[in-house]
Design a protein around this ligand. Structure first.
Ligand SMILES: Cc1cc2nc3c(=O)[nH]c(=O)nc-3n(C[C@H](O)[C@H](O)[C@H](O)COP(=O)(O)OP(=O)(O)OC[C@H]3O[C@@H](n4cnc5c(N)ncnc54)[C@H](O)[C@@H]3O)c2cc1C
Ligand code: FES
Length: 341
């Protein structure tokens, strides 16, 4: 038996290691060729101090207060040379991955399916022989190379971590490199390279109601989050507001409806900004965030979409005078300058 430990490095790279029962995180990482910061390895110097974002663990009491104070411990700081996981954990490492002699991973995948879900959205399904190794935290993204091109683009997983195949929701941008490939050239069997996972937008431990806000294909990481919530059997109230520009842009409503049946406390609303929409809710997501969805601030908000939508929601939230317990967001910023993986 072993636990899966996600190591999130300062440069956004995530690596996953397996930690055996009674094994210390520092030792498990080293065994898997990741040199986490360390000096004494004995709970004395504090060099291995990291922050444990989620999970249960035992730190023992064989370390010095100088290395880790009670106050730091309360702030979820840990010494990886002392930390013995008792569940899967997520650990933030305050150092770039390259300094720990590691980097993002790459895999060769095969296109299983490319489906035009709407005029503006394509669903890409990738098979990977090493699918079990392609681990990620729900909400994270990978860099996907355009075949025979010299560019990569970032895409958030819409599938559930640890399951095959890998799926993505991709906006069809006129004249876009990836958009052109997916709509004009892609066919099952094509090879695509993925590199990652990356990103600090991922589902944290759920301890209070969630408000999920999606704009367009920003729905992708929130679908992945819903899959994880369902897998973990989480029962806190979850509300999703999904905004699109036109009726034609609506995708995956069948999947969202299925989640309302699987998750007792989940519901979602769709709003369309086109005033001629056939949907009852028209306008932007900010027009439909009712006060009760903010739970007087006792809420964790996850927001994802194109930069103008994310900015508009942030401005709106600031104006409400309610500070959510946690607020996480991902902007789908265009990356025209990136080179191949
Ligand atoms: C962390 C992260 C995660 C992302 N995840 C997703 C995802 O899950 N799904 C998804 O659809 N996108 C996602 N994106 C955006 C994605 O990486 C690409 O930027 C997008 O798919 C366009 O790629 P392209 O090659 O088709 O167009 P490009 O060749 O990059 O762009 C062609 C032209 O269109 C412009 N352009 C690019 N995007 C837009 C846009 N949205 N609106 C208007 N003009 C645009 C560019 O500036 C350029 O002039 C993500 C971006 C980031 C940073
Ligand atoms: S390496 Fe010195 S306290 Fe952990």
């Amino acid at each position: 038996m072993s636990y899966t430990i996600a190591l999130n490095f300062e440069d956004g790279v995530s690596r996953f290691i397996q930690c055996n029962v009674n094994e210390k995180v520092l030792d498990a990482a080293y065994r898997q060729k990741i040199n986490l910061p360390m000096d004494c390895s004995d709970g004395v110097c504090g060099t291995c101090k990291c922050r444990c974002e989620s999970g249960q663990f035992d730190l023992g009491d064989d370390y010095l207060d100088d290395a880790l104070s009670d106050e730091e411990r309360e702030q979820q700081m840990v010494l990886t040379c002392q930390m013995v996981p008792e569940s899967d954990c997520v650990i933030n490492v305050p150092m770039a991955s390259s300094l720990c002699k590691t980097a993002q991973q790459r895999w060769t995948t095969t296109v299983a399916k490319v489906e035009q879900l709407s005029p503006t959205t394509v669903e890409l399904t990738l098979d990977c022989d090493e699918a079990a190794e392609v681990n990620f935290l729900s909400g994270q993204y990978i860099n996907l190379s355009v075949p025979q091109g010299d560019v990569t683009r970032a895409y958030s997983f819409s599938s559930c971590p640890g399951t095959a195949p890998l799926t993505f929701l991709i906006r069809n941008v006129p004249d876009g490199a990836m958009s052109h490939y997916l709509t004009q050239q892609a066919k099952p069997g094509d090879t695509m390279t993925i590199a990652g996972p990356q990103g600090s937008f991922y589902l944290r431990e759920v301890t209070r109601p969630l408000l999920l806000l999606a704009g367009g294909t920003g729905l992708a990481p929130l679908l992945s989050i819903l899959h994880s919530v369902n897998q973990q059997g989480i029962t806190t109230p979850i509300h999703l507001l999904y905004g699109v520009s036109r009726d034609d842009d609506r995708v995956k409503c069948d999947v969202l409806t299925a989640f309302t049946e699987k998750l007792a406390q989940f519901d979602y609303q769709l709003c369309v900004s086109d005033p001629h929409s056939s949907e009852p809710l028209k306008g932007h997501v900010t027009d439909h965030i009712r006060p009760e969805l903010l739970h007087n601030g006792d809420v964790d908000i996850y927001l994802c979409g194109p930069p103008p939508m994310v900015d508009a929601v942030m401005i709106w939230l600031n104006a409400q005078g309610v500070t959510p317990a946690h607020f996480y967001y991902e902007k789908f910023t265009p990356q025209v300058a990136q080179v191949s993986v």
